[in-house]
Design a protein around this ligand. Sequence first.
Ligand code: AHM
Ligand code: MG
Length: 339
Amino acid sequence: MPIGTTITEYFIEEQRRIKGVSGDFTALINDIVIACKAISSAVRYGSLVGVLGTADTENIQGETQKKLDVIANDLFIKRNEWAGHVAAMASEEMADVYHLPPQFPRGKYLLVFDPLDGSTNTDVNGAVGTIFSILRRPEGAVGEAKEDDFLQPGARQVCAGYALYGPSSMMVLTTGHGVNGFTLDQRIGEFILTNPDMQIPADTEEFSINTSYMRFWEPPVRRYIDECLAGKEGPRRKDFNMRWAGAMIADVHRVLTRGGVFLYPIDRKIRSKNQEGKLRLLYEANPMSFIVEQAGGLATTGTQRIMELPPTDLHQRCPVMMGSRNEVERIISYHLDAQ
Ligand code: AHM
Ligand code: MG
């Protein structure tokens, strides 16, 4: 049986094309891949190995952690702290920057991640995933990395990716030269290139939003969805389909695969809690925006390109609207009309 291009092979070949690189980045990707394989295995065995259910602890966002949130976070930390490629890490599940234990060398990269996105889906055997973003530590920074070092706009990401644990496990990544998807071949334990150069179609007839919040939405989002729902008889003159997996990673993966728009807008209920959105900028919105843009799509808050938002806090939130270019442009124009 011939083996396709493994993810390690893919990155080593990429590395050969760029003169003078040290291989640190390729080695970091390799450790991220191993961490995701380990998380994929924990997710897959579920109740058989006692990893489902709540951990009876809360994270910084006040959300009850699942056992798998904690396990995935630990796996990601342990796999990436020892090799000397990262300076520090930050995660959805940790209040502050994670400083490496003193015995390990410090590297030039900062790693930010959501170890298990959509973890409530583990209750129903639904798809979940890991999202990560790699930043370079700012030039001239000395001593231990600080929160400020992480507060870089998404446009400065070196790499963004996600692993989706669905019927098969997939890894989808970008380093700013398009988007490639790899599928985990369980027989040999390697991610194999299966979806080269992923592209989001510019037009779509599918949207993804939690419609149970409709009564809280702001006028531009309400207008866009109302027009989709009106179908052939409405101003769009075509019928739309709706899908909501409850895990951003699964919903955006569908958008990447067959087009569509994914929206998690700000609404009246979110504003009443003094929050700027539901999804987090550094480890959810920015990495997924980088991937979507690299696949030819757009990612906006409604009024601003997500990757240009200046972060002020590790756990900052923002509105998210991303996917097929022409639909997102329409959503932006509805926000402009409402100003
Ligand atoms: P999480 O990172 O704690 O799992 O939360 C983020 C998830 C997204 O994956 C998903 O799109 C959203 O929360 C679902 O929210 P809701 O339950 O409001 O529909
Ligand atoms: Mg998440």
